[in-house]
Design a binder for this molecule. Structure first.
Ligand code: FE
Ligand code: FE
Length: 288
């Protein structure tokens, strides 16, 4: 089976995970998932399942502390936003044609849909930047340390997380420091004090945290925290500020999941708009 042969890169490309979430786990309102995602007769589903198996096994509290130490000093590479986008786009050059859009198109479609709905420019920019942290893949990180649903580590895993049965292989599942409801946290401590599983969301939040308004930062940091924004889990870790910001995270999610324009946005025509927008909020270079 391909998934097993591919070692720690079971997905053909990382967009396969996003597609799985949008199509099979949280389909658009009024559309229903074709089948239960646990049905694993389908080879593409095997890859996603294998991806989650690895993700849930490895994303432990210790693992996250290690990744923060490794990545948060941000000393790998300086890039302008457009250089980072070009770099990110090298990820999918060899993907097969029906795994639809490259990363750049996903970002543009998300931001253009936000713009078409008349939202403020920082919201548009957030759509345009939200997945840039996926460059971690190009720095050699395994897929399960870049994409996938995010969730708190250091306390009990919610059984509403996709494929939660795989957490049984996670060291924290058996560790009494980390497997109670609160684990290392205090009730209502606020998500900013909670360690999230490591991936492109948390990474990108740290890159952008000095530049974008608070709702934008929540969108970036928690957009893959489906257990929270879709399943209403982990409220006991939240404070009132998190609950206020949840509104924005939820507002963002449909643009991320369901925007597929029949007509692809034309980058050449849009480029100068985005260059101006980037300049308004961000320094010339970001440090990755
Ligand atoms: Fe994302
Ligand atoms: Fe996205």
């Amino acid at each position: 089976m391909k998934a097993i042969e591919n070692g720690d890169q079971p997905l053909k490309d990382i967009g396969e995970w996003d597609d799985f979430v949008a199509r099979d786990v949280y389909p658009e309102p009024k559309k229903r998932a074709k089948e239960d995602y646990r049905n694993y007769d389908d080879p593409a589903r095997d890859c996603v399942r294998e991806f989650y198996r690895q993700h849930h096994e490895h994303q432990s509290y210790e693992f996250v502390l290690g990744k923060e130490k490794e990545w948060l000093p941000m000393r790998r590479k300086k890039m302008t936003v457009l250089e980072a986008l070009e770099f990110l786009n090298t990820l999918v050059d060899d993907s097969d044609p029906d795994i639809d859009l490259d990363q750049m198109q996903h970002l543009l479609q998300t931001s253009e849909a936000i713009r078409a709905d008349g939202h403020e420019d920082w919201f548009v920019l957030t759509g345009f930047l939200h997945d840039l942290g996926k460059v971690l893949c190009l720095f050699g990180e395994p897929q399960w340390a870049v994409v996938g649903d995010t969730h708190p580590v250091g306390c009990r895993f919610s059984d509403r997380i996709v494929y939660s049965e795989f957490f049984k292989a996670n060291a924290d599942y058996h560790d009494p420091r980390y497997n109670t409801q609160l684990g290392v946290y205090e009730q209502g401590c606020g998500l900013r004090n909670v360690k999230m599983s490591w991936g492109h969301d948390e990474y990108m939040f740290h890159i952008l945290k000095d530049y974008l308004p608070e709702p934008a930062l929540y969108m970036v940091r928690y957009h893959s925290f489906y257990a929270w924004h879709r399943e209403n889990e982990y409220d006991y870790l939240c404070d009132d500020h998190d609950r206020d910001m949840l509104f924005w995270v939820r507002k963002f999610n449909p643009y991320d999941l369901y925007t597929k324009c029949p007509e692809l946005p034309n980058w050449d025509k849009l480029r100068s708009y985005y260059e101006t927008l980037i300049k308004k909020y961000l320094p010339d270079e970001l440090t990755f």
